[in-house]
Design a protein around this ligand. Structure first.
Ligand code: G6P
Length: 440
């Protein structure tokens, strides 16, 4: 850390990277980053070079003294890192397309982080993040791991339970997006509101909302159904919520809850979109092509507006704010994925939850939010059960555990469908699931 921080971004060739670079540039005064190492794999080399060249132009135009490096050698990059951010996708977008498409054959939701797709993204990703953790243990044992890789809650819990890296935080842009949406609905600045979140990643609820210290949850819920666009995620087709349901629920659910409370509608949307424009992965591939073409332009020096077509709005704000607060021991409150330790009463202490935390130099300190309200308690616990089984399956490569995980997932329509989806997805992702296939 001498004379500035070393940040390593694994999956650095992602088209989201300019978001991060912009965040580090903006915060340079309080976060003196000296080096950013963008790491990728051979298949991502071309993207990495385009993204890095653009990142260098952004830095140069800003005048801050940050040096950007690229490498395919993760170990070279990790040496003496202060913060490691992960945003990689095992099997690239082609694998995501399979996660989104195959379940639809069985009339099951096909989604990147939920149901069968979420299970398989976890199965592919967890062994890789655990390898990264072993490298970190040797090469940068004091570094913080900031994990953005989806399914972020599951991946973060795998690190917490199965690695020796304890300085880990999982991050999602969802909660900050909801907060900004609420501020817009109320037509006030973001810093006047406080939102108490409780749940799991992509299964989180804005439980209580305060404006200038006064609770306004009911008021916001009253306004919400006319302003749902302000809370919408770019990657999810959204129809309105039933007004009476949402008022009685008395919380704002993250958009991903639509897969659970509007399953048939969402399935119909997915099938319609598949026929019209392909899977979300295919849409994202086209957006990426367009973005990479723009990034190649030597005159482009700031993040283009087109990046907003992706679901990761406020991604850089969430990541850079977190890193800045850890570094400066700010003790402000942010919503992150961390080991529960009693903050959500109905989830076991060792599991990772998405909850408000005080962000300190020693990491996030979760703020107690008490019991989950009865209407959502069962579902959140059930998803945590699924996540725990999924993590165990990812680590052991045990077929029966994977089958159990998928069958108990509330989006799975039957035990028979679970087995068929599991077999199809295992076959489709064979190359990225050595733990299931290379048994001694
Ligand atoms: C949301 C989620 C992220 C996810 C993204 C997908 O913002 O919070 O976890 O990665 O959407 O967006 P994409 O543009 O890849 O479909």
């Amino acid at each position: 850390m001498e004379n500035g921080l070393k940040i390593v971004t694994i999956g650095g060739g992602s088209t989201y990277t300019p978001e991060l670079i912009e965040g580090f540039i903006k915060r340079y005064d309080e976060l003196p980053v000296k080096e950013i190492w963008l790491v990728d794999v051979q298949e991502g080399k071309e993207k990495l070079e385009i993204v890095a060249a653009f990142a260098k132009r952004m830095v140069e135009a800003s005048g801050v003294p940050i040096n950007i490096f690229t490498t395919l050698d993760r170990e070279e990059a990790l040496k003496d890192a202060d913060f490691v951010t992960t945003q990689f996708r095992v099997g690239l977008l082609q694998a995501r397309a399979k996660d989104e498409m195959i379940p639809l054959r069985y009339n099951n939701i096909g989604q990147e982080t939920n149901g069968a797709g979420g299970l398989f993204k976890g199965l592919r990703t967890i062994p890789v993040i655990l390898d990264i953790c072993s490298d970190m243990e040797r090469l940068c044992p004091d570094a913080w791991l900031i994990n953005f890789t989806n399914p972020a809650g599951m991946v973060t819990e795998a690190v917490a339970r199965y690695s020796n890296i304890k300085k880990v935080v999982g991050l999602c842009n969802g909660p900050i997006g909801i907060e900004k949406g609420i501020a817009e609905i109320l037509e006030v600045s973001h810093d006047r509101i406080y939102v108490e979140f409780a749940g799991l990643n992509h299964m989180v609820f804005a439980k209580r909302i305060f404006l200038d210290g006064k609770e306004v949850t009911k008021h916001v819920l009253g306004l919400m159904t006319d302003h749902e666009d302000k809370l919408a995620l770019k990657n999810i087709d959204e129809d309105g919520w039933e007004t009476q349901f949402i008022k009685k629920l008395n919380m704002i659910p993250i958009g991903y809850l639509r897969y659970y409370y509007q399953t048939s509608k969402m399935l119909a949307h997915q099938k319609e979109s598949l026929a019209k424009e392909g899977t979300r992965a295919e849409v994202v591939m086209r957006v990426e092509e367009e973005l990479l073409e723009m990034y190649k332009d030597p005159n482009l020096k700031t993040k283009p507006k087109q990046l907003e077509q992706r679901g990761g709005a406020y991604y850089s704000e969430a990541a850079c704010k977190l890193i800045t607060s850890i570094y400066n021991d700010k003790r402000d409150i942010q919503t992150v994925n961390t080991v529960n330790n009693g903050a959500v009463a109905d989830i076991d202490a060792q599991s990772v939850v998405e909850v408000n935390c005080v962000i300190t130099k020693q990491g996030p300190l979760p703020i107690t939010t008490g019991e989950l309200p009865i209407p959502v308690k069962g579902l959140v616990q059930q998803i945590k059960t699924f996540e725990r089984l999924a993590i165990e399956a990812a680590v052991t490569g045990d077929y029966d555990t994977a089958l159990l995980a998928l069958t108990v997932n509330p989006l799975t329509t039957s035990d028979t469908d679970a087995k068929s989806m599991l077999d199809d997805l295992l076959e489709a992702h064979k190359d990225y699931l050595p733990q299931f296939f290379l048994k001694l």
